[in-house]
Design a protein around this ligand. Structure first.
Ligand code: UN1
Length: 506
């Protein structure tokens, strides 16, 4: 693979990619892609300083002007969609179609954020006092920290970045150590947007609206402990969230956590099985099972269990595994050896708990001895066991039977995580119950589509050990701003709230 033409198409500086101490390997074939520089604590400190200065300037720019910068960034993404998509594929291994979708998701959130830049509304509230008015004003929050994961190396950061910038914040981004080149490409594209903004929009915007800091856990810990960063938005495992949340809380920082998922689909007797099979394949095999929204548990009514599992096995047999840049391939590699080992361990545990495993195991080892391609696995389980309550970031789909809908909903909910869920049914009562207060306890509950592949317009995130955060669309922007309640007296008296008398004679 010739990386240099790809890097050149994205305006990446060769020097930044050859002189560092962090070796980046492509999961496609294990080849070395780049050597980038790891940042040290002093670099992070300086980056947060710059971001703070940038914030102090940017917070005073009118929000619709801030929106113009994100409009220009969205245009850069649009014109570089193909090379950025290819880079995402070679750096994280997902197939090109999904990488292009990921870049599209960035473009979409930029467009959303541009509209939002004219809609950062507060409320006007009726005052109980005559001649008074109450209102809410939303102000920029401060520099914020974003920690992102390898599996969505650019889109999840963009959900945070595009919204934060129109809200008047600056961003210090720590991408996954496994995917730093994609982050550097985003920074290069944002620089282009900054140049165009300076020319077209009446003056420069601060460069330090985006700082990229590359490093491991040490840098991540410094970032979350930094009091100057008013919000930490972090995507990763439940274990990561469990370590991060109390540290941020200890300094009264805000956190927005998007942690593990363990997403189920209920397939009811009235379901359109043709649609269900397509949805299951995309949700369970897409991104080689490495989406946080990946379908991991299938809860199938006993009357259609045999028919559905037979169709799934036939479909799984037809999945093309291979180079994620090749068209027609549906399953690229896992990110690394440790992901493969986790998959093997989970399958072993499920088998020991009574599971019947179909598929699984390493694929294409001869062609790619240094990469980890696998056969996606289906595992028929006698009941919901311990292995099924953990999120294994790999294409493993556990299947079990149900008889009554309340039992199916209980199974859906009986895991520690609460990100996404779905039901396939043509029975309106079942669909509504699934979405009701007594239904799915997840942040996302879908009908007749799978649990993955959300659009940016909704608030994205989940309950329980998924961390409770909501990012992307809807009113998630409120995370990135601080709210002031204002009471204005335009009368010639000073009545007190609650009718309190407090007369002073002097
Ligand atoms: C993630 O895996 O962290 O809903 C995000 C989806 C994508 C985002 C996934 N839009 O599957």
């Amino acid at each position: 693979m010739n990386y240099s033409s790809l890097y050149a198409a994205l305006g990446l500086d060769g020097e930044d990619l050859t002189s560092g101490d962090l070796v980046v390997r492509s999961p496609v074939d294990g080849a070395e892609m780049a050597r980038v520089r790891r940042h040290d604590p002093a670099d992070l400190d300086a980056a947060v300083n710059r971001a703070e200065t940038a914030f102090l300037e940017w917070r005073s720019a009118p929000a619709p002007v801030r929106g113009q910068l994100i409009r220009l960034f969205g245009e850069e993404l649009r014109s570089h969609k193909e090379p950025l998509g290819r880079l995402v594929t070679v750096e994280c291994g997902k197939i090109l179609q999904e990488s292009l979708g990921e870049v599209q998701e960035m473009i979409d959130i930029c467009e959303f954020a541009v509209g939002l830049s004219r809609q950062l509304y507060g409320l006007t509230i009726a005052s109980e006092r005559p001649g008074h008015r109450m209102m809410e004003t939303w102000h920029p929050l401060g520099p914020i920290g974003v920690i992102s994961a390898f599996n969505f190396p650019v889109a999840v950061w963009a959900w945070n970045f595009a919204v934060a910038v129109v809200c008047g914040d600056s961003v210090v981004w720590k991408p996954s150590e496994l995917t730093p080149v994609s982050a550097l490409a985003c920074k290069a594209l944002f620089k282009r947007a900054l140049c165009r903004f300076a020319e077209d929009c009446g003056g420069p915007a601060p460069d330090a609206l985006l700082e990229v800091t590359i490093g491991g856990r040490d840098i991540g810990e410094l970032l979350i402990d930094d009091r100057r960063l008013k919000l930490i938005s972090a995507t990763g495992s439940c274990a990561m969230g469990r370590a991060v949340a109390p540290r941020i809380a200890a300094r009264f920082g805000r956190s927005l956590l998007e942690l593990g998922g363990n997403n189920a689909m209920i397939v009811a007797p009235s379901a359109d099985l043709e649609l269900a099979v397509k949805a299951i394949l995309f949700a369970a095999v897409g991104a080689t099972g490495q989406r946080c929204t990946t379908l991991r548990r299938l809860i199938v009514h006993e009357d259609i269990y045999a028919a559905l599992t037979a169709r799934l096995k036939a479909a799984y047999d037809g999945i093309r595994i291979g180079d994620p840049l090749e068209s027609g391939v549906l399953a690229g590699p896992l990110i690394n050896a440790s992901a493969f080992q986790s998959m093997e361990a989970a399958l072993g545990k499920a088998a020991s708990e009574g599971g019947a495993v179909f598929g699984g195991g390493r694929a294409m080892k001869d062609r790619y001895p240094n990469a980890y391609y696998v056969k996606p696995a289906l595992v028929e389980m006698p009941k919901q066991t311990g292995a099924m309550k953990e999120e294994t970031f790999a294409p493993i789909l556990y299947i079990m039977k149900y008889r009554e809908m309340d039992q199916a909903i209980a199974l859906n909910n009986d895991v520690p995580q609460g990100l996404s869920s779905s039901i396939f049914t043509n029975d309106v009562r079942e669909a509504e119950i699934f979405m009701s207060a007594e239904g799915s306890d997840c942040g996302i509950a879908n009908v007749n589509i799978g649990p993955s592949g959300a659009e940016i317009g909704g608030a994205f995130g989940g309950e329980k050990e998924t961390g409770g955060g909501r990012e992307s669309g809807s009113d998630a922007w409120k995370n990135y701003m601080r709210r002031a309640t204002n009471t204005i007296n335009y009368s010639a008296d000073l009545p007190l709230a609650q009718g309190v008398e407090f007369d002073i004679t002097y």
